[in-house]
Ligand binder design. Structure first.
Ligand SMILES: *[C@@H]1O[C@H](CO)[C@@H](O)[C@H](O)[C@H]1NC(C)=O
Ligand SMILES: [Ca+2]
Ligand SMILES: [Ca+2]
Length: 324
C-alpha cells in the first residue's frame, strides 16, 4: 500500500518540478532574465533589420505564422491586432499602449504556460487558486512530516521547497486575500518576469548562491554557481571572462562582493527598457502626421515594418538573386 502511494507521489512531484521552469535548477547565466525582444539583431552593419520589429511586435512564434500570409491577409490581421492594442478605444495607439503590447508579446510564453498550469491547479474551476488547491495538486495534500520522510527517495528538499513556495505565494498575492487569481498566479510561476517579485527572486538567488550565508555573493560563490572544475580541469575562457565581468560590472561599488542590490541588477536588469525603446521606434517610423500616436491606417501603411509579408521575403529574394 505504502509503495503505491509512493509511486503516485513520484509522478506528481516530477510533474511539479518539470512544470516550474523558473525554479531552483537555474545556474549562472540561466538566472539572468533575457530582456531581448528577439534573437535577431535590430541594427546590423547593413542597417535596419525589420525581422527584429516583427518578433518584438508579434512574438517570435506568431511572427513566423505571418510569413506565410499574402499582403492582404497580413493587413487584415494587423488591423484586428491594432484594435486590441488600442485599449482606451480612442482610435489611436499611443506609446504606452504600444509598450504594453510589446511587453505582452515578450511574455507570451509565460501566458501560455500559465494557461496550461492554471487548469491543472484550479481544482474547482473558479477564478482563483487557493493554497489548499495548490497543496493538493503539488504536495498531494500530505502533512509535512510525511513529505519530509520522502526527501531522500525523491531527492527533493521539501522543507526548502515549501518555504520557497509560501514566500513566492505571498509575494504574488497582491491583493492579500490568500488566494491567487490568474495574474497573481502568473507572477507566482514566473516571478522573474514581474518587477514586484524582484525581492522574492533575489531571495531565492541568494539562497542558491550565497553558500556561506553572509548575505553577499563573493567572486568564488558567483563562479561556483556556473562552473565546478572536474579533477584538475583548467578554467575555460568563458569562466575567465565571467571573473572579469564580476569586477567590472557585477560588483558595482567595488567592495569585492555582490550585495542584494547588485544581485538584482544582474538577474533582473532594468537599466534599459527594450519594450519602450521599440514602441518609440515604431511610432517614430510610422507617425505621418506627427501627433505621436498611430492610427490604424498609419500602422497598416507600414505593415512591412510591423508584421512583414511574403512580399518582403520575395523582395529580399530578388535582391539576393545573385547568391542563388
Ligand atoms: C497540506 O495539507 C495537509 C493536510 O491538511 C497539511 O498537513 C500540510 O501542512 C499542507 N501543506 C502545506 C505545504 O501547507
Ligand atoms: Ca489574491
Ligand atoms: Ca557569501
Amino acid at each position: 500500500m505504502k509503495k503505491i502511494v509512493h509511486l503516485g507521489l513520484a509522478c506528481i512531484f516530477i510533474g511539479m518540478v518539470a512544470s516550474k521552469p523558473a525554479d531552483n535548477q537555474a545556474h549562472g547565466k540561466d538566472r539572468v532574465k533575457n530582456q531581448k525582444l528577439s534573437h535577431e539583431e535590430h541594427f546590423d552593419g547593413d542597417g535596419h533589420n525589420t525581422d527584429y520589429d516583427h518578433d518584438a511586435f508579434l512574438g517570435e512564434e506568431e511572427a513566423r505564422t505571418f510569413e506565410d500570409l499574402s499582403p492582404e491577409e497580413s493587413k487584415a490581421r494587423l488591423g484586428e491586432i491594432v484594435e486590441k492594442i488600442d485599449e482606451n478605444k480612442d482610435g489611436k495607439v499611443d506609446v504606452d499602449e504600444l509598450q504594453r503590447w510589446v511587453e505582452k508579446q515578450q511574455k507570451s510564453y509565460v501566458f501560455k504556460d500559465v494557461d496550461t498550469q492554471w487548469v491543472g491547479h484550479n481544482v474547482d474551476g473558479d477564478d482563483k487558486i487557493t493554497f489548499d488547491e495548490y497543496n493538493k495538486t503539488s504536495y498531494s495534500g500530505l502533512p509535512e512530516e510525511e513529505l519530509l520522510k520522502l526527501d531522500e527517495a525523491e531527492q527533493i528538499d521539501f522543507k526548502e521547497m515549501i518555504k520557497r513556495d509560501k514566500r513566492r505565494w505571498n509575494g504574488a498575492d497582491q491583493n492579500g486575500d490568500g488566494n491567487l487569481n490568474k495574474d497573481e498566479f502568473s507572477a507566482f510561476l514566473h516571478p522573474e518576469e514581474f518587477d514586484h517579485m524582484r525581492d522574492v527572486v533575489i531571495d531565492e538567488t541568494m539562497e542558491d548562491i550565497d553558500k556561506n550565508k553572509d548575505g553577499t555573493v563573493s567572486l568564488e560563490e558567483y563562479i561556483g554557481d556556473m562552473f565546478i572544475p572536474e579533477n584538475g580541469e583548467e578554467e575555460p575562457d568563458w569562466v575567465k571572462t565571467e571573473r572579469e565581468q564580476f569586477g567590472q560590472y557585477r560588483d558595482k561599488n567595488s567592495d569585492g562582493v555582490m550585495d542584494r542590490k547588485e544581485v538584482g541588477d544582474w538577474i533582473m536588469p532594468r537599466d534599459y527598457d527594450h519594450a519602450l525603446a521599440e514602441a518609440r521606434h515604431l511610432i517614430h517610423e510610422s507617425d505621418k502626421d506627427g501627433d505621436k500616436k498611430l492610427t490604424k491606417q498609419e500602422i497598416i501603411d507600414q505593415y512591412d515594418l510591423f508584421v512583414g509579408s511574403q512580399v518582403t521575403d520575395f523582395g529580399e529574394a530578388l535582391v539576393k538573386h545573385d547568391e542563388f
